[in-house]
Design a protein around this ligand. Sequence first.
Ligand code: 5AD
Ligand code: SF4
Length: 360
Amino acid sequence: MDSKIFANLDYDAVKYLLSVDDDIQIRELLGAARQTRDSLIGNKVFIRGLIEYSNLCSKNCFYCGIRAGNNKVLRYEVPEDEVLKAAVFAWKNNYGSLVLQSGERSDSAFTSRISELIRKIHLVTENNLRITLSCGEQHEEIYRKWFDLGVKRYLLRIESSDPALYHRLHPRNAKHSYYKRLEAINSLIRIGYQAGTGVMIGLPFQTMDDLAADLFFIRDSGVHMVGMGPYIEHADTPLFKYKDTLSPPEKRVELSLKMIAILRLLRPEINIASSTALQTLDPQGREKGLLAGANVMMPNITPVTYKKNYDLYEGKPGLHDEPADCGRSLAECIRSAGCELAYGEWGDSAFYIKEKGDTE
Ligand code: 5AD
Ligand code: SF4
């Protein structure tokens, strides 16, 4: 492959790279992404402890196992003392930051509880831990309130940047509007959050054009962080009936790695997570994500009793691992990918720091 292709990534080049099938070419692509990461932002991997706070959700996305319409799910909300214990665990283990994730709810009982948790997490960790929220679409004033409480990072995946595909993956109603979601991402950026987005890869109906467009969407959206990974079918969801149209798991992993690598080349300074979904389809998935240019890992520190019920897709790994076990295998994984674990660092996105510098 002519290495000049990496310096001029237009739409056709991106589509070409997404479709390369030859092992040597794929290795060249992933190597170029790794080199770009190492030379521009270094080989440090930032750690965010992931707390799956609640699987209660008011939405009905067609791909997701905890959608409101799935009545087989045992619903939970992790009690406050257990959330705080997990936060202290993350702090004491030098994770630097945590992600509080939940299904999407906008009732005031929920949003107030999140506000309360934010205050208490800051208190028990003596302001040493950065919090990222991943609690779906909310009114701008709620985003502002959480920002004012000291949360400076928010994850909200667009899932697919193509409105037509988005609407094939969600019920057609106001609660699942592509434009509302887009507006929510823009409002996070406007408020000043380090905002993250992402897509699922290998979805039914998804084409290489969709994925190329996703990459340019992410590049141009102004987000500072990205989490994206393979789509994984779940038997209790409407999309399951298309499972025979999916490419095999190893191909979805390969495609996800190519997406990570191309994004690293398109936006070298953003934080890119090596997703749990990658690890679900491939035991070495998380290392492979780092080898493709990712620089963030999100070990799951949800108390084991609740973990199994945060059942987005099938085959989620480490369901019975205690948080401490997750931590150990994480260090090994990072070392084996030739990276350095960033102990106790908050891990702001270099793209965010650069942008902020430009405007100040
Ligand atoms: N496969 C892969 N990822 C999924 N998510 C939800 N369901 C699935 C699935 N079946 C992802 C979505 C969501 C994130 C929390 O989990 O991208 O934003
Ligand atoms: Fe709810 Fe998120 Fe699942 Fe959609 S993807 S059903 S919003 S938890």
